[in-house]
Design a protein around this ligand. Structure first.
Ligand code: CO
Length: 151
């Protein structure tokens, strides 16, 4: 396990579309473990592979419940709407209000290539949307309705 260098807002890698994961091998497991450690170290609740410079469709999320890994995730259902303050490890000290669905259902693969579905509400729904956006080169600042002063 190792920490990886987080990429920040000026970095082109954050604005590119990521490629589908095809090999569910040991290298993928190492990437996910490293991403998890990097996220925890920075007190984040989610991290996408491009944020550590890897253009692959892989994210890790931990909102304080379970460790979640989503490979090649696809949001297949959404409902409701929530507005809340969001941040991103690639944008230190930037906070803004973002509208997201209040509920999402996502289809993804685990690190061994097994497909599963996951439902999330509120913070988990927000995290899933935020991290899936990263895989398409979309950063949260493009959704911000109103920036909030950091305190
Ligand atoms: Co982010």
């Amino acid at each position: 396990m190792a920490l990886r260098q987080v990429r920040y807002k000026e970095d082109d890698v954050l604005y590119k579309e990521c490629k589908e994961v095809k090999k569910f091998d040991e290298k993928l497991g190492i990437l996910l473990d490293d991403m998890y450690d990097t996220m925890k170290k920075a007190n984040g609740v989610g991290l996408a592979a491009p944020q550590v410079g890897i253009l692959k469709r892989a994210v890790v999320i931990d909102i304080g419940e379970d460790r979640i890994e989503l490979i090649n995730p696809q949001i297949i259902e959404t409902s409701g709407l929530q507005t809340g303050t969001e941040g991103c490890l690639s944008f230190p000290n930037v906070w803004g209000e973002v509208e997201r669905p209040n509920y999402v259902k996502v289809k993804a693969f685990d690190r061994y290539g097994k497909e599963f579905e996951l439902e999330g509400e509120e913070l988990l729904a927000r995290a899933i949307c935020h991290e899936c956006d990263h895989l398409d080169g979309i950063v949260f600042t493009s959704h911000v309705i109103r920036f909030v002063d950091p305190e």
